[in-house]
Structures are given as structure tokens and as C-alpha cells.
Design a protein around this ligand. Structure first.
Ligand SMILES: [Zn+2]
Length: 376
């Protein structure tokens, strides 16, 4: 029988996945960009199963892999994250941004959440507001996709007056009607912001209405406007229009600007003793719940260890001089090798902290690619 995969919004999925853990590597996590090469995943699944030869988790992983492969066969042209674990009854698919490029397949004792967490940070929801006289649309864009739209339609009289009315009176009535429409659009924007948590707005549309709209937008919403796009197309044709690229460009620029601001604040925090950097110190602060915001340079990995017994993590191999295997300094159990960055991302989120992924920063690179703001 076909396995049904649950489809959750990214934030909810992340919360659910952070709760899941096992002593055996029974979780399979997949990052699937649009039109991924199937050979990559076949090669990875062979490598994963070979590595589990002789382990009790192998049988489970075979089932996970075959369920994931069946899903991927059916959804080759889509971008998504997949999380599979038969013993944990986990069959979860999360829509990914169309722009993600790097495929991944990982088997571990917990779901690999870094790619999803990075997308949630990079592609946070924003509003695209098409303003036209009498015919506007407020679009919520999440993970780079249009997820819901609210149409605001009002009857606005034709530009040319009909007989009987003075030109001045006609003009005034018309301006009032346009104004009322723009106020309704602002209302719809307010609601959409409340629904989606969007911190950014992009305004688009033909003509002068956009300027008028900015005048009626309350200050707290106006502060969120990161760009205005002039289009001659009607909003209906916009999605496939080159206007789309302009919107994407504005959005990404505002995200990169936000990342730069965070890095500047980080530099100040580190100077003043309110920040931490380097695998060893960051890992300790994260485990102690002292990191309010973890800052990670895109693509950074670090050698680390994790104790499957007590959950302790640390930098390095965990193997001391003359020792064969690593031993947890807290409980004395054997430790396993992990990517310390993934572990820190997981721990920071579990502890209620945030994670900011940064795309380009020579400063953060000098710090080793991972740092954090301390709560105290
Ligand atoms: Zn331990």
C-alpha cells in the first residue's frame, strides 16, 4: 500500500522534528531540489545502507529508503524536504523554496533539520501587495511561494464623467472612492501581516496608486516596505512575468541587508563580552541555554561529537590522547562523531533561541563560521 506523507507548514514541521530522537540512526532526511538527479539519491542510499551493515537499524533504514524513493519517483519536479522514520511513524514532507540547489540525504539518530531551518530563516514570509485602482491583491509569500491571496475589489467610477455632474465634483468623488479602496487594502495588509508574521512588504502595480497607497499605510506597516516595483502588467499575469525576478531580487537584497545588520551587532556583542564564537565555546553556551541567537555562515561544518546517552555535545573528535574511542565527560558513555554546526542549530532551537544563517561575511568566516549572542 502507498504510504501517505503528511504535509506541514515549515514552522510546525520544525517544531515537531525537534522533539524526535532515538538511540539508533533510524531517521532518514532528504533535501530534494527541483528536478534533482535520481542518481545522487541512489548513490547516497547505498552508502547509508552499507554504513549500517550489521547494525540493527539497517532493516528499518531499508524501509525508510524505499518509502522515500517511492515518494521521490512521484515528485521529481518539486522542491521539498522529506523526513522518514518507520518506527517513529514519521512520514513528513515540507515544501521547499524553488531556489534551493543542494540535494542531501542523511541518516541519523534525529532528523537532520539544518536545511529546513536555513530555509525558514532565509525565506521568511513576506507580503506582495498589488495595488491598482479598485482591484488590488494582497499575496502572502512563504518559502518563496505564493501561499494565499486576498482580493480587494471596489467599484471605482470610470475616469471620464458622464453628463450632469461638474468636472470638479466628479473628480472629488472619484478620488474619495480610490482613497476608500486604498484604506481597505491597508486593512487587508494589516490582517495578512497578523496571519503570516510577515516582516516585509513589497508593493507592486502600475501607475500612481502605489504612491497614494504608501500615504494611507500606517507607519508600523510602512516601515516594513522593502521595495516598490513598477509594473505595466496586470497582477494576474505577474507571476510568470519578469516582475517576479524583480520581486525576488528585492526580497533577497533585504534578507542580505538583514544578515549584515546581525553580523554588525554580533561584532559589537563580541567586543562587549555579550557574544561567543568558535565551536567549543558556542557548543557549551548552546547546551547551557545561554544563546539567544545563533549565527551560522552558510555551508559551515565542524567536527564534533555527541553523547547518545545524555545528549551532551562538544567540538573535536572527543577522543583524548591514547584513547580508542571518545567518552562523554558528563556520563562516561561512548560518543559519536557529528557535524557540530547541525547539533548547535538543533540545540539552539530546542532551547527557544533563534538561528540566523548568513550568506557572505568575511568577519564571520574569520570567527570560524559560527557564533552566538549570549542571553547573559
Ligand atoms: Zn553523556
Amino acid at each position: 500500500m502507498e504510504q501517505h506523507f503528511e504535509c506541514l507548514p515549515p514552522g510546525e514541521a520544525l517544531e515537531k522534528l525537534l522533539e524526535m530522537h532515538d538511540t539508533d540512526p533510524v531517521f532518514l532526511s532528504v533535501t530534494h531540489p527541483i528536478n534533482s538527479d535520481g542518481r545522487f539519491f541512489r548513490k547516497r542510499s547505498h552508502a547509508i545502507l552499507d554504513a549500517l551493515d550489521g547494525c540493527r537499524a539497517r532493516k528499518v533504514m531499508e524501509e525508510n529508503v524505499s518509502l522515500a524513493e517511492r515518494y521521490m519517483e512521484k515528485h521529481g519536479g518539486e522542491a521539498y524536504y522529506l523526513f522518514v522514520s518507520v518506527p517513529h511513524d514519521l512520514f513528513l514532507a515540507v515544501t521547499a523554496p524553488p531556489e534551493i540547489k543542494e540535494p542531501r540525504m542523511v541518516a541519523d539518530t534525529s532528523p537532520y533539520i539544518r536545511d529546513l531551518a536555513e530555509a525558514v530563516d532565509d525565506w521568511e514570509p513576506y507580503l506582495l501587495v498589488f495595488v491598482e485602482e479598485g482591484d488590488s491583491v494582497v499575496e502572502i509569500v512563504d518559502m518563496g511561494r505564493w501561499v494565499s491571496e486576498e482580493k480587494v475589489v471596489d467599484e471605482i467610477m470610470n475616469r471620464h464623467r458622464k453628463g450632469g455632474m461638474s468636472q470638479r465634483r466628479f473628480q472629488r468623488l472619484r478620488e474619495e472612492a480610490v482613497h476608500r479602496h486604498l484604506v481597505s487594502v491597508a486593512e487587508a495588509v494589516k490582517e495578512a501581516v497578523a496571519d503570516s508574521g510577515a516582516k516585509r512588504l513589497i508593493i507592486a502595480g502600475p501607475g500612481e496608486s502605489k504612491k497614494e497607497f504608501l500615504k494611507v499605510l500606517p507607519a508600523d506597516l510602512k516601515n516594513r516596505v522593502v521595495g516598490v516595483v513598477d509594473t505595466d502588467a496586470l497582477h494576474h499575469g505577474f507571476e510568470r512575468d519578469r516582475g517576479d525576478e524583480q520581486v525576488l531580487d528585492i526580497f533577497l537584497k533585504s534578507e542580505f541587508a538583514e544578515e549584515n545588520r546581525v553580523v554588525q551587532k554580533l561584532a559589537r556583542a563580541i567586543m562587549e563580552g555579550g557574544g561567543v564564537y568558535g565551536g567549543k565555546d558556542v557548543a557549551r553556551a548552546v547546551v547551557e541555554g545561554r544563546v539567544s541567537l545563533l549565527v551560522v555562515l552558510h555551508g559551515t561544518t565542524m567536527v564534533g561529537w555527541r553523547c547518545e546517552n545524555c545528549g551532551m555535545i562538544g567540538a573535536g573528535t572527543g577522543i583524548g590522547p591514547g584513547e580508542q574511542t571518545g567518552v562523554c565527560p558528563v556520563c562516561g558513555s561512548a560518543v559519536v562523531r557529528v557535524d557540530l554546526v547541525e547539533e548547535c542549530v538543533e540545540e539552539a532551537l530546542k532551547m527557544g533561541g533563534g538561528v540566523e544563517f548568513v550568506h557572505d561575511s568575511p568577519y564571520l568566516e574569520k570567527l570560524g563560521g559560527m557564533a552566538g549572542f549570549l542571553r547573559y
